[in-house]
Write a protein that binds this ligand. Structure first.
Ligand code: ADE
Length: 282
């Protein structure tokens, strides 16, 4: 029996179905309290979302095809939080499902990244002013020629770099002036973390190579590298959802990257999440 024939035979079943379906979304009255603003927060792993999860009041889990989306509030803000998993495909799946089901007003991704700019050190935070997929384009004998492919919704070509939403970027930069970040100890020296904005490159490989790091800097002007942000930015661009990507520096994307990420993951993930939370504090 299809849902339609079930509902014709039993109209009460339709009421139960509609009531259950509406429970999965933030209630209209809850949305009205915040002017209808719903902020989506995504991270790739538990370490990246745990601080935000801990601040979520009245959390409520919603299962969507096996992924968990948690609604709740942080201060005056209605929030939906999810863990995407690592890599651009996982990030695109989570952001598309989230947008389809919850229709967020804006999306903030928080997580960690490898430093490509020589000015960045572990614990620093980069706000992605531009997000680019470093492994998208055409491979030639001279290396990669980076370019976006068509947006299937509009038929127009996507840019190589997706700019952050200007209002969210400005909000993140204002929040950066207020936020209290955790100092990282790098090579025995405790250092006050800095927040900058710049180019964040995303690709489906963990970068632990000085040569690749140099290519990302010279070929793309990248400041930091990670594995999800530009995919989220593309999904948000195609579905017209304002977004910004925030990343704490966990390593130098060089031959020591795998050891460094173990050492600096906590401070990097924490500082990124602190800035995301500060954006909600306004
Ligand atoms: N995330 C954190 N560090 C990274 C690196 N070196 N490469 C890709 N993603 C990262």
């Amino acid at each position: 029996m299809t849902e339609f024939t079930l509902f014709r035979a039993n109209p009460r079943a339709l009421l139960v179905f509609l009531a259950t379906a509406s429970l999965a979304l933030p209630s209209p009255s809850a949305m009205a309290e915040t002017g209808g603003v719903l902020t989506a927060v995504l991270g790739s792993c538990d370490a990246e979302i745990s601080l935000v999860k801990d601040r979520l009041m009245e959390p409520k889990d919603h299962d969507l095809l096996g992924l968990t989306f948690t609604t709740g509030s942080i201060g005056e803000n209605k929030v939906v939080l999810a863990k995407s998993g690592v890599g651009k495909v996982n990030a695109a799946i989570a952001s598309a499902l989230l947008i389809e089901r919850f229709r967020p007003t804006r999306l903030i991704f928080t997580g960690v990244a490898g430093a490509v700019s020589p000015d960045l050190l572990p614990g620093d935070v980069v706000i992605g002013a531009t997000m680019a997929q470093h492994d998208l384009g055409t491979w030639t004998d001279d290396g990669i020629s980076r370019r976006g492919f068509a947006n299937p919704i509009t038929g127009t070509r996507n840019p190589t770099g997706f700019p952050a939403d200007t209002k969210l970027l400005a909000r993140a930069e204002l929040a950066a002036a207020r936020v209290a970040l955790m100092a990282a100890v790098v090579d025995g020296t405790r250092r006050k973390p800095r927040v900058t904005s710049g180019v964040v490159a995303s690709g489906d490989t963990f970068i632990a190579s000085t040569g690749k790091r140099r290519e990302l800097r010279e070929g793309l002007g990248a400041d930091a590298v990670e594995m999800e942000g530009a995919a989220v930015a593309q999904v948000c661009h195609q579905f017209k959802v304002p977004c910004v990507i925030i990343r704490g520096i966990s390593d130098f994307a060089d031959s020591r990257a795998e050891a460094d990420i173990d050492k600096f993951m906590e401070v990097a993930a924490r500082n990124s999440a602190m800035l995301a939370l500060e954006m909600l504090a306004e």
